[in-house]
Design a binder for this molecule. Structure first.
Ligand SMILES: [Zn+2]
Length: 293
């Protein structure tokens, strides 16, 4: 195929534009398998995952661990959709209702209208930076464009695409074009024209590696990729652990924990990757001991 998933960066239009692009086919296919996503859910989450990975890089302030979380809460049948991407190229996500009954919906209708919350931060310390906007049901790329404009004062064009085939995700990826304040009207209208004329991103991504997809979209606009040393490998990767799975249980009251003990223990399933963590009665007894302390 087109090589492993990766994020690339470049400059275009003689320094008027910064380009960040990602090929995320395997990442989105992994999400589809782990979370049992119907095609429209894979499409929505795939766009959101790609967007979160690119945003984590775009908004990078030399913070190695920075993450960006996109949380869509719309009135569509998918319900809450969460995508989290890091500067290091790790992504994970969640869809509340991964198999909506109406299989023919497109992403804007499957998400519906509601709210997008964008959180970026650096674990474990550092207060996360949160902003919210109302979504108008026009699509994830448009929502991200509006977020960048309103909350980050960044003018951009955002292109995202996922191609589903019968046996899974055949292509996924995205391009964000950041317009620098010194860009001329002329170069902006030239690049707008390229975007308008470009074939759908998902079909390009199926045919070409991401480097060639970017070159095809921009065709006669001067473009230079930043050297491959800045290319970031991208993958679906969950940071859950037994310790973190236990954390929510510690918030329960003693009566609830005693009930779990009576049932012989409990199991916590990670919503991002499906990994299961089992806690025995003894594990839970240790928790109540801590409660008492
Ligand atoms: Zn997990």
């Amino acid at each position: 195929m087109h090589g492993p998933d990766r994020l690339i960066q470049g400059m275009a239009g003689g320094g008027d534009f910064r380009i960040i692009a990602a090929q995320t086919t395997e990442t989105v296919e992994t999400a589809r398998e782990l979370l049992d996503l119907a095609p429209v859910a894979a499409d929505a989450l795939g766009r959101a995952l790609t967007g979160s990975l690119i945003l984590a890089r775009l908004l990078d302030k030399a913070l190695k661990n920075q993450y960006v979380t996109l949380r869509f809460e719309g009135d569509g049948p998918l319900g809450v959709v969460i995508a989290e991407g890091t500067v290091a190229g790790h992504a994970r996500g969640y869809v509340a209702n991964p198999v909506p009954t109406d299989a023919a919906l497109d992403v804007p209708h499957a998400l519906g209208r509601g709210r997008l919350t964008v959180v970026r931060g650096v674990p474990p310390e550092g207060r996360p930076y949160t902003s919210q906007l109302l979504t108008t049901g026009t699509g994830i790329a448009q929502d991200i464009t509006r977020y960048l404009h309103r909350s980050e004062q960044i003018t951009s064009a955002v292109l995202l695409g996922v191609l589903n085939r019968r046996d899974g995700v055949a292509a996924a990826g995205g391009i964000v074009i950041q317009v620098f304040p010194h860009a001329t009207e002329e170069s902006i209208s030239a690049i707008e024209q390229r975007i308008k004329e470009a074939p759908p991103l998902s079909t390009l991504l199926e045919k070409l590696p991401i480097e060639d997809v970017v070159a095809t979209v921009l065709h006669d606009v001067e473009y230079k990729q930043i050297d491959a040393g800045h290319t970031v490998p991208v993958s679906y990767s969950c940071s859950c652990s037994r310790e973190r799975a236990l954390a929510p249980i510690t918030l329960f009251g003693e009566a609830e924990i005693l009930e779990m003990i009576g049932e012989g223990g409990t199991e916590v399933v990670c919503q991002f990757c499906g990994r299961k963590y089992a806690f025995t009665s003894e594990d839970l007894l240790a928790l109540t001991a801590k409660h008492d302390a």
